[in-house]
Design a protein around this ligand. Structure first.
Ligand SMILES: Cc1ncc(COP(=O)(O)O)c(C=O)c1O
Length: 355
């Protein structure tokens, strides 16, 4: 072998790291991946599995999961041609970025935001312009509008409510960005069910440049099944379908989705609980000196404390896994944790208070 293996590979690999979850994915009290604390109930799992075993496992599923897409389109009240389902919204992010980016293209990403955006843009050798959040972690809408215009961006990615800041843009701010830019605007609504702001979805038919991204991994408690969706005007959706991995969603995902949508009161109950508990945790944390909680629009909370690194370790030694997000711009000494079960949240607050 004459040449270095690195030289044979995509040069972008030198600037990106393998995805990892700090602290791992196992803990007695696991609050580090913004999951739902409630698993799908056993009676519903059994209903889903009894349908799944009747499927032909030796046969490919549909190229795209049309039955799941039809069910979700009906649930949202949009045309079936407006939606596309993926194997988690991460897979859809790759699809959309493949459709929108490439060498010579520019993407605007507010920062800090979901780390995968930057990674895929780097892989596609695109130019990234970042727009920092304001010091209180709110979006800087004026700067987004200015940079979108001045830098001639092709693609804007807005995670709202945003991971990891937990803050949202308002409906009118998103509309303004979408209307005043001729870029494609991707609005990642992974946490929309927990937001004080309403979804931008109703604009897809009026805004030909708007894509809405949804996941079933948070409010719908299906992170282990892997289901995501893009919703856009049918003309744009037909283009986004071109780079899509065929057969990426298995039969189980499609069946699970239809059953969970048919029992959506379970999701509504879980969301009500999480919103109530989120307020309770926020108020408890406000009363602890040396802890600064941020008002959240998501199923997780951000706190700023002295020496986040050592608090992370102390919590870990008590069996509680949170995310240390101190490495993100503007988030020095910040920790992130999702709302858990009542006893889990109690334990978390107790330990933070004792520290
Ligand atoms: C903003 C945002 N988008 C997308 C995802 C990916 O979700 P999934 O691939 O599970 O649908 C996450 C996961 O944490 C997220 O925070």
């Amino acid at each position: 072998m004459q040449r270095d293996i690195q030289q044979l590979l995509n040069p972008a690999l030198q600037n990106i790291a393998t995805y990892r979850v700090e602290g791992g994915q196992q803990a007695e009290i696991k609050l580090n991946q913004n999951e739902s604390p409630f698993d799908v109930p056993m009676w519903l799992k059994e209903e889903i599995i009894s349908e799944f075993v009747k499927e032909p496992w030796n046969r490919y599923p549909d190229i795209l999961p049309y039955k799941g897409m039809k069910a979700y389109a009906e649930f949202l009240g949009v045309l079936p041609d407006s939606v596309m389902m993926s194997n988690g919204s991460n897979e859809m992010l790759y699809t959309i970025f493949l459709a929108c980016l490439g060498p010579g293209r520019t993407v605007l990403i507010p920062t800090p935001s979901f780390s995968l955006y930057e990674k895929i843009a780097l892989l596609l050798q695109s130019r990234i312009v970042t727009v920092p959040m304001l010091p209180g972690l709110e979006f800087d809408t004026d700067a987004i509008l200015r940079v979108a215009r001045d830098e001639h961006v092709d693609f804007i990615v807005l995670s709202t409510p945003n991971n990891p800041t937990s803050k949202s843009l308002s409906f009118d701010e998103i509309r303004l960005i979408t209307e005043s830019s001729d870029a494609i605007v991707l609005v990642d609504e992974a946490y929309i069910e927990f937001s004080r702001q309403r979804s931008i979805l109703e604009l897809i038919n009026r805004q030909p440049n708007l894509i809405v991204l949804r996941t079933m991994s948070k409010a719908l408690a299906l992170a282990g099944i892997r289901i995501g969706f893009a919703i856009a005007n049918p003309l744009l959706m037909a283009e986004l379908a071109k780079p899509k991995i065929p057969f990426a969603s298995g039969r189980l995902a499609e069946i699970t989705l239809t059953h969970v949508l048919a029992n959506y009161s379970l999701v509504n109950d879980a969301v009500s609980y999480i919103l109530h508990e989120r307020d309770h945790i926020y108020n408890e944390l406000l009363s602890i000196s040396g802890v600064e909680p941020f008002l959240s629009d998501t199923n997780f909370l951000i706190i700023r404390i002295n020496d986040a690194g050592s608090v992370f370790k102390s919590l870990q030694s008590e069996g509680i896994l949170v995310r240390n997000v101190s490495g993100y711009p503007l988030m020095e000494n910040c920790l992130r944790f999702n709302v858990g079960l009542v006893d889990e949240n109690k334990r978390l607050i107790e330990i933070i208070r004792s520290l």
